[in-house]
Design a protein around this ligand. Structure first.
Ligand SMILES: [Fe+2]
Length: 166
């Protein structure tokens, strides 16, 4: 593991253990906003050779994951939350238009939930946002983008509910 990633992973561990819940995540996001305006750190963590979802680090005790994402073209996702987990999105290159939603109708196992937009904003390089458990959001990217994300757990192992914007 390179030094930049080692340092970031250790800071995440310390803050998540010292400040459980949203407070620790906000400390990580604030740190990422400083770190990711440093081009050496950016190129180290999310080089242009990164894939669409590269797992850089998973903490053996706390379970959080540090991920690099490099999207060479447009990339959108439907409204979603991260189930029992939280996520931090940090923009590294390009821009993401992020929407957040109010829940209008709960999702069930076989029926998508209904959501309505409550805010829309642009994420630009150096911007980092925390999405706590249950916060519904959807990113739209019309041009190539890169981002760093930190998730509370490995979301590839979690079944997600579907939601539709009304
Ligand atoms: Fe997400």
């Amino acid at each position: 593991m390179n030094e930049v990633l080692l340092d970031l992973s250790q800071k995440c561990r310390t803050w998540l253990e010292t400040y459980p819940g949203p407070a620790g995540r906000q400390k990580i996001a604030a740190h990422l906003e400083e770190l990711l305006i440093n081009q050496d750190a950016v190129n180290n963590l999310v080089p242009l050779t990164a894939g669409e979802r590269d797992l850089l680090y998973q903490d053996p005790d706390l379970g959080f994951c540090i991920l690099a994402h490099n999207y060479p073209g447009p990339k959108t996702a439907p409204p979603h939350d991260h189930g029992p987990s939280w996520a931090i999105y940090a923009q590294v290159r390009g821009e993401t238009e992020m929407r957040e939603y109010d829940l209008v109708q709960q999702a069930t196992a076989d029926t998508p939930g209904k959501v309505s937009v409550n805010k829309t904003y642009q994420m630009r390089p150096g911007d980092a946002y925390v999405y706590d458990e249950g916060v519904l959001h959807a990113p739209t990217r019309t041009e190539p983008t890169s981002l760093l994300r930190i998730e509370g757990t490995d979301m590839t192992q979690v079944k997600r509910m579907k939601y539709e914007q009304i």
